[in-house]
Write a protein that binds this ligand. Structure first.
Ligand SMILES: *Cc1c(COP(=O)(O)O)cnc(C)c1O
Length: 390
């Protein structure tokens, strides 16, 4: 079976993890700060706070911006549930902004309209979480201009977009946001097994997120609010969590980061090859804007209206053929949990349109040209089968 995504682990990764296992520190040693420094330098941003998942990073990002009960968060329905769950962890309310069905990203026009209505109704969000779907940045310049006008904070969910660029800046630079979030889950661009990071230009936000990741505790003398009892003294100042990354994971993250540009380049070459070869088939790859370098976490094609009616058949048959096609994403508001929160089944029109048509084809750096040709041949065959059963 050709998977839709797969990690690429080499000898350098194995050596790095082994070295940590043989060292004095398995966790809270030198590797986590080294990984954070390397991430921050790579993105040209001041601070990176490494944690045990992007989900944790989203949670502490929301908390550090003061999100709480009575606040509202807006995100994209075309994402993994973690993008919106983080708001609910903080007792805030969640709402969804419709997408552009050709990019899968938050639609700026839909956002602008929704903001105008929300202002009238006194229901403006405190935080907006755009999601850089499939590895292409949202139109952050436009989203940031709108957020500034209404005094709203921005967290970029860049889980898919590690190594991507927007208008010649690395995603994660926080040029147009308060905080950017990365995921290092094995299906993403680089991996630390489980892991994530929150990046920011703001030292105060970085400090607060560092506290939230480790029980709300600080051992730094200059931060104590009370008199120190002695050299053993530490203070809990907030209600935090244990969201720490271990040195084992950070060591893997560092050696993976060394390969990041290679991974992104390889994924772009593979995507270009798909786009060339699929032009003969009745499918449309997602639109990637000229001012973006996508990291191509996912390679999504849109079926035409006719074959979209057989989408389930097409994905099932592809899997029978040994091609693990997938679908990203079921609009979050369709999940039973979100239905219970009161969202209607067809809440966002364009997200519905996209969901009818989108399928994800396998793409990962170790995929061979033979495997890619097999995916294309299988898709061609299955589309013809779907056509004939209509
Ligand atoms: C994978 C993913 C997450 C969660 O990442 P974890 O590191 O698994 O917690 C969040 N948002 C998006 C868009 C993702 O794809």
């Amino acid at each position: 079976m050709i998977p839709y995504g797969k990690q690429h682990i080499d000898q350098a990764d194995l050596d790095a993890v082994l070295e940590v296992l043989n060292s004095d520190f398995l966790t809270q040693g030198p590797k986590v700060p080294e990984f954070e420094k390397r991430l921050a330098d790579y993105c040209n941003v001041d601070f990176a706070v490494a944690v045990n998942s992007a989900t944790s990073a989203l949670h502490i990002a929301c908390l550090s911006l003061g999100l709480g009960s009575g606040d509202i968060v807006w995100t994209s329905p075309n994402s993994f549930v973690a993008s919106s769950n983080c708001a609910l962890y903080c007792d805030a309310q969640i709402d969804f902004v419709d997408i552009n069905p050709f990019t899968g990203n938050m639609c700026v026009e839909a956002l602008e309209k929704k903001l105008a209505t929300a202002e009238t109704n006194h229901r403006l969000p405190k935080v907006i979480i755009p999601v850089h779907f499939s590895g292409q940045s949202c139109d952050m310049k436009a989203i940031s201009a709108l957020a500034k006008r209404y005094n709203i904070k921005i967290i970029e969910d860049a889980s898919h977009a590690v190594g991507a660029e927007y208008q010649n800046d690395k995603v994660g630079s926080c040029k147009y946001s308060d905080i950017s979030i990365f995921s290092f889950h094995p299906v993403k661009i680089i991996t630390s097994a489980e892991g994530g990071a929150a990046l920011t230009k703001c030292s105060k936000l970085a400090k607060t997120m560092q506290m939230f990741r480790s029980h709300g505790v600080t051992g730094a003398t200059q931060e104590f609010s009370e008199q120190s009892h002695g050299p053993w003294y530490y203070e809990q100042q907030l209600l935090g969590f244990n969201y720490r990354m271990t040195d084992l994971h950070a060591a893997l993250g560092i050696t993976q980061l060394n390969k990041l540009d290679y991974f992104v380049n390889k994924r772009n070459l593979q995507a270009k090859r798909y786009i060339d070869k699929l032009s003969a088939l009745p499918v449309t790859p997602l639109d990637v804007k000229n001012d973006n370098l996508s990291s191509y976490h996912l390679f999504v094609v849109l079926l035409n209206e006719k074959s979209a009616r057989s989408k389930r058949f097409i994905v099932e048959k592809l899997r029978e053929e040994g091609v693990f096609a997938h679908v990203h994403y079921i609009p979050i508001y369709k999940q039973p949990y979100y239905q219970r929160l009161g969202f209607s089944q067809f809440y966002c029109e364009q997200a519905e349109e996209y969901y009818k048509r989108a399928i994800t084809l396998p793409l990962f750096p170790l995929m061979t040209e033979e495997q890619q040709d097999k995916v294309i041949a299988s898709l061609k065959k299955v589309l013809l089968m779907a056509d004939s059963i209509e």
